[in-house]
Design a protein around this ligand. Structure first.
Ligand SMILES: Cc1cc2nc3c(=O)[nH]c(=O)nc-3n(C[C@H](O)[C@H](O)[C@H](O)COP(=O)(O)OP(=O)(O)OC[C@H]3O[C@@H](n4cnc5c(N)ncnc54)[C@H](O)[C@@H]3O)c2cc1C
Length: 427
């Protein structure tokens, strides 16, 4: 029997204690079988349970094993492509609906944390940092755009003001979003899983779905058991493999890497990020960082197209960290890990139905802590027969990557190289 542990991350090392969960054996019957216990699966399960559905979650490894337990922990509003891009590619009514939902995921996280008393080090405040005047112009339009959709917790930071929140000389300004913020991502997932169980949901770990028998009464098979359900939600994201071949063509798993320093101590930590906000820069291939509750710096960046695991993560990410904070040159790195997110060509989420009873949401393209929480709500609404908001996502156009499954990785890497050059020269 497979027993897949968490990767050796800071999050796994500082995870809250949880009881062991069973492996699925034999047959169970439920209303909804959710495949994947990341935020998408857990958020769906919670909303469904709160609405009276019986829910069984199958997780191939452990709760939060995927991106949800490895990410930068940054609560970032909107989507990987912003609402202005959506406005240009869909009709006004659909754009309006999607724009109204762009700030809901962060609220859902805060409601979940409060309602189920989840211990996940939630902190308010996220900064988008501008490296040049083009970035700053972009942030000014982003503020106007988000305000048009009712977001009022934004403050533009000039060159002087950004120094008060980030001790990094590289920035010309920024945008502070007080409804952004950060969390210990694995502990958020573990807390949500406990909430699922407190409402009568069942989560099986080490129980990968290996086959879906489709039809009026679908069955999800694992190595040692099966789940008969009225509905299936596919929430395996970048770790799904080829379980649902229709989904694989229009999305591509990509890796991104994170390092964590040794504890810096209160004094040093305060000099770096005095208000304890999280930060991401405005590059296409962006860097993101924040402090942990025990005052380490978590720093992430870079993308590996096709999700190969790099041999030496510290060698890739440490130079980026030192570029932002040269004062950390003698600080030891305690943890380094990689995680996979799922990229779509449009960088917008891939959402829809297969037949009448299989639903999916995936592919938020590296920017999914908030969206996945919203996705759970929208999926649950659709299963209850209120699909207007679900359909606003499902109707977003998606295209296969150029080159098909064979050549999509080098083509995407080429695209990223081009954008990396633009970042480098501030274009
Ligand atoms: C390193 C990293 C840093 C990131 N940083 C940020 C950030 O700071 N802010 C932000 O907004 N976004 C960030 N993201 C993106 C964000 O983490 C993801 O968008 C989000 O967590 C995706 O959640 P998910 O539930 O859809 O997928 P996942 O969390 O990947 O969960 C999928 C789960 O499904 C399981 N699974 C797969 N196949 C099967 C199967 N056949 N049977 C059963 N289970 C299966 C997997 O084991 C996994 O646990 C980051 C991503 C990575 C990788």
């Amino acid at each position: 029997m497979a027993n897949t542990p968490y990767p050796q991350s800071y999050y796994a090392a500082s995870a809250n204690e949880v009881p062991p969960r069973p492996v699925l054996q034999g047959e169970v019957e439920t209303d909804v079988c959710v495949i994947g216990a990341g935020y998408t699966g857990l958020s769906s399960a919670l909303f469904l349970l709160e609405n009276g559905f019986r829910v069984t979650v199958l997780e191939a490894a452990k709760v939060g094993f995927g991106a949800s337990g490895r990410n930068g922990g940054q609560i970032v509003n909107s989507y990987s492509r912003d609402i202005d891009v959506i406005e240009r590619s869909v009709g006004p009514q659909q754009a309006q609906l999607l724009g109204q939902m762009a700030f809901e995921g962060g609220r859902i996280i805060r409601e979940r944390v409060a309602k189920y008393q989840i211990q996940c080090d939630l902190k308010d405040g996220g900064v988008f940092a501008a490296l040049n005047s083009k970035h700053m112009g972009h942030l000014e339009s982003q503020k106007r755009l988000w305000e048009r959709y009712g977001h009022t917790q934004l403050e533009l930071l000039d060159e002087h003001r950004i120094r008060e929140v980030v001790a990094c000389d590289n920035y010309v300004g920024g945008l502070l979003d007080m409804s952004g913020g950060h969390i210990h991502p694995l502990n958020l997932a573990l807390g949500e899983a406990a909430a699922v169980e407190s409402l009568g949901g069942t989560i099986y770990e080490q129980s990968a779905a290996v086959r879906i028998e489709r039809g009026a009464n679908p069955v999800v098979h694992t190595a040692e058991g099966r789940v008969r359900a009225k509905f299936i939600i596919v929430a395996g994201n970048a770790y799904l493999g080829n379980l649902v071949p229709e989904l694989a063509a229009k999305s591509m798993p990509c890796g991104t890497q994170v390092i964590t320093t040794a504890p810096l101590g209160d004094e040093v930590a305060k000099t770096l990020l005095p208000q304890d906000y999280c930060v991401e820069d405005c590059n296409y291939l962006l860097d993101y960082y924040r402090l942990t509750s025990d005052k380490r710096l978590i720093f992430g960046g870079g993308v590996v197209y096709g999700a190969r695991d790099p041999a030496n993560i510290e060698a890739i990410i440490r130079p980026k960290m030192l570029k932002a904070f040269p004062q950390l040159k003698n600080v030891k790195i305690d943890y380094a890990w990689t995680g996979n997110f799922l990229l779509t060509l449009s960088r917008l989420p891939q959402v829809g139905r297969l037949g009448d009873n299989i639903y999916y949401s995936q592919g938020c393209s590296g920017h999914g802590v908030t969206y996945t929480h919203l996705a759970g709500k929208v999926l649950a609404e659709a299963l209850r027969g209120q699909a207007e908001r679900f359909d606003a996502f499902a109707d977003l156009p998606h295209y296969p990557f150029p080159g098909g499954q064979m050549l999509r990785t080098p083509f995407a890497a080429l695209g990223a190289w081009y954008y990396g050059l633009r970042d480098k020269f501030g274009m």
